[in-house]
Structure formats: structure tokens, C-alpha cells
Design a protein around this ligand. Structure first.
Ligand code: OGA
Ligand code: NI
Length: 375
């Protein structure tokens, strides 16, 4: 009798354990895709699932990482003061890199820290909490994995929270975290500052092209211009040599503003055949030009490919703002930037259509822009 009771308790216990494990592994799935923070907690180096393991040139390490070069640093204070030298340096940065870090950008360190803290607190929540803001399959906002469209596609070692910020019509308040309590307020304040910085940068970029400073902002539809944020959290990875944090891609925006942790290198920028790691300058923001500017300048300024790698030791957070024309804006090279005799390299198209194309394609280098290329 006593032993039967013990036995049944043991069976019950085993059954409970089995169920717990099943629940845990069910929880790992968001749609068909693992939650990498959970994966990282549970998996040893030899267990990194095959779907994360890259081949050949797609692997992070290797000879084609160029440690010598560094993306330019631009002083926005100097640009505001009308510094001609700084404007020339900005033109070179746009022509030769498509990427630069900005200092003296005018956004308070306290606000940057507040946004980072709120984002970190969000990613540190238990999975069930974060899943209260789920990215629908094929959706682009919420917590989950964007850009996954097939079972044989390689996966990125990254968890994402993506949110539309403006215009108001793209905001999905139900997907804005209520924990930590300051998240939404901070994001609203942060986004206003980042947007103002985008306007300043676009005005100076226009100047480098000999255009009136208001050219881009004027075209982008004012209040209807699109601003979205994606927070990327890269947990440490047991096989950083084989895995990518974020696949190589160009951004579908006009301009992108990336905030990242001081001292944590992960972003790499394409330069010819090589990848150049970005070493964060403390309190600087990383700026890159997106596909819209490549089209508008008829390819004079390129939307440069980039990717993120992971680290075996530390996690990394990036807070990325995408600023783009309103969905109804007609895109195409600006006639004044197509010199006599120069071919027009991109067709005219509706920006909303391109946005849809971008978010329904996997991240694959500069392939998305084939949408607009005239060969
Ligand atoms: C992006 C991006 C790089 C990074 O989100 O588009 O390029 O370092 N992120 O997180
Ligand atoms: Ni990007």
C-alpha cells in the first residue's frame, strides 16, 4: 500500500516533470521561431540549432573583417554652426561610407540612458510577459521575429520589439509595453528628439548635394512621414563564430538612427569585399542612409549593406529608428540629381508599395532594392 502510494507519486512526479519540459519547449516557440534568450539559457555550444548556423562568407569571423578602417565621426554642432569643413566631411561620409557616427547631436544623455534602461528592462522580462505583445505571423510590429518567411531560411540570433511611432495611424498602442512603466513615455520623448535630429541631418545631407535644405523633409509628407523603432536584443551566443545576430541587409528607410551600448561591438558595415566593425563612440549615435536616399540621389549616395554579429561573452542592445517618406509619396531619382547623359537607375514607384515589399522579403543584402532598379 505504502509502496504503491510512493510509486504513484513518483509516476505523477515524472508526468509533471515531462509536462513542465514540454511547456518550456512550447514556450520557446514564437510562431515557428525560437526565442533566442530562452535558447541561450538552455543550450550548449554543440546544441545551437542548425537553422542558426551559417555557411561560408555568411559566417561572422574570417579574413574579410577589416579592423583597421573606421566609419567617420561627424560633429552635428559644427554642421549647425555652418562649418564648411564639417559639411565636406559629411559629403564624403555619405559618398564613401553611407554610415557615420554623430556627436554633439543635441539629444540629452539622460534620455538616451532612459531609453536604453527601459528597453533592457523589457527584454529582461519573463517570456510570458513579453508575449503579451506578440508580433503576428507575417506582421511587423510587436515582440517576435520579423523577416522570417520559410522553414529553410537561416535565423538570426536576436529578439526584436518593433513598434510604429508615427503617423498616429500606424501606432498599435496594444503592442506598447506597459512594463516597465516608463517605457511608453520615454519612447515618445525619445522619438520626438530623434525625429528632430533626422530633420537636421536630412537638411545637411540635402546641402551636400547642392539642394535646398528643406528638400527631403518637404518631399516626405510632413506629419505623414513614417517613423518606426526596432529594439534588437542579442543575447550572448555559444557559437559567435557561426551565427549572425542580424542578416546582412540595407535599410528600407531614408535615414536610420541607431543607439547602442557603449563598448559593445557588433554592428559591421560593408566596405567593398570587407566588413568594418563599428566601435561605438560613447554617447554618439550611428547614422546610415537608407534605400530612399539611394533612389532619390540616383545612386550617388548608397544605402550600404550592414549586419550584426554576436559575442560569446556579452549581450548587446540596439535601439534603431527608421525615418522614411509617407506611404503615398512617389519615389524616383530627383531630376536635378540626374546629370545630362547619366542613366536614370531607378524607376518611379510608390513608397508604400516599396515598404510592403521590404517587410515581406527576407533580409538579404541589397536584394530588396532590385524592386526599383532599372538594369
Ligand atoms: C537594423 C540594424 C544593427 C544592429 O536594425 O536594421 O541594422 O547593430 N541593426 O542592431
Ligand atoms: Ni539595418
Amino acid at each position: 500500500m505504502a509502496s504503491a502510494a510512493v510509486c504513484s507519486t513518483k509516476e505523477q512526479h515524472q508526468e509533471e516533470e515531462r509536462k513542465k519540459q514540454q511547456d518550456a519547449s512550447d514556450q520557446l516557440e514564437i510562431g515557428e521561431v525560437h526565442d533566442v534568450q530562452e535558447l541561450q539559457r538552455l543550450c550548449a555550444a554543440e546544441d545551437v540549432p542548425e537553422r542558426y548556423l551559417r555557411e561560408g562568407d555568411d559566417r561572422p569571423g574570417g579574413a574579410n573583417v577589416c579592423e583597421q578602417a573606421q566609419i567617420p565621426v561627424i560633429d552635428v554642432g559644427e554642421l549647425r554652426r555652418g562649418g564648411g569643413d564639417e559639411l565636406r566631411r559629411l559629403r564624403l561620409a555619405c559618398e564613401e561610407w553611407g554610415f557615420f557616427q554623430v556627436v554633439n547631436h543635441g539629444i540629452e544623455g539622460e534620455l538616451l540612458d532612459g531609453m536604453e534602461k527601459a528597453a533592457r528592462e523589457f527584454f529582461a522580462l519573463p517570456l510570458e510577459e513579453k508575449q503579451r505583445y506578440p508580433m503576428a505571423p507575417g506582421g511587423i510590429q510587436g515582440y517576435g521575429h520579423a523577416f522570417v518567411f520559410s522553414d529553410d531560411q537561416k535565423l538570426d540570433w536576436c529578439n526584436m520589439l518593433a513598434l510604429g511611432v508615427s503617423p498616429a495611424s500606424i501606432r498599435r498602442p496594444a503592442l506598447w509595453p506597459t512594463t516597465p512603466a516608463l517605457f511608453s513615455d520615454t519612447l515618445v520623448r525619445y522619438s520626438a528628439e530623434v525625429r528632430a535630429l533626422c530633420a537636421v541631418l536630412l537638411a545637411h545631407v540635402a546641402e551636400t548635394l547642392g539642394l535646398a535644405p528643406g528638400t527631403f523633409e518637404g518631399m516626405f509628407g510632413g506629419e505623414a512621414a513614417v517613423q518606426a523603432v526596432r529594439m534588437n536584443f542579442y543575447p550572448p551566443c555559444p557559437r559567435p563564430d557561426l551565427v549572425l545576430g542580424l542578416s546582412a541587409h540595407s535599410d528600407g528607410s531614408a535615414v536610420t538612427v541607431l543607439q547602442q551600448d557603449a563598448g559593445r561591438v557588433g554592428l559591421q558595415v560593408r566596405r567593398g569585399d570587407a566588413w568594418v566593425p563599428v566601435h561605438p563612440v560613447p554617447r554618439a549615435l550611428v547614422i546610415n542612409l537608407g534605400d530612399s536616399l539611394e533612389v532619390l540621389t540616383n545612386g550617388r549616395y548608397k544605402s550600404v549593406e550592414h549586419r550584426a554579429v554576436t559575442s560569446g561573452e556579452h549581450d548587446r542592445l540596439s535601439i534603431v529608428t527608421f525615418y522614411a517618406p509617407a506611404y503615398d509619396v512617389e519615389m524616383g531619382p530627383l531630376p536635378e540629381l540626374v546629370a545630362d547623359g547619366e542613366p536614370c537607375r531607378y524607376r518611379r514607384f510608390n513608397h508604400g508599395e516599396y515598404s510592403r515589399h521590404y517587410v515581406t522579403s527576407k533580409l538579404e543584402g541589397k536584394k530588396t532594392l532590385d524592386f526599383a532598379k532599372i538594369n
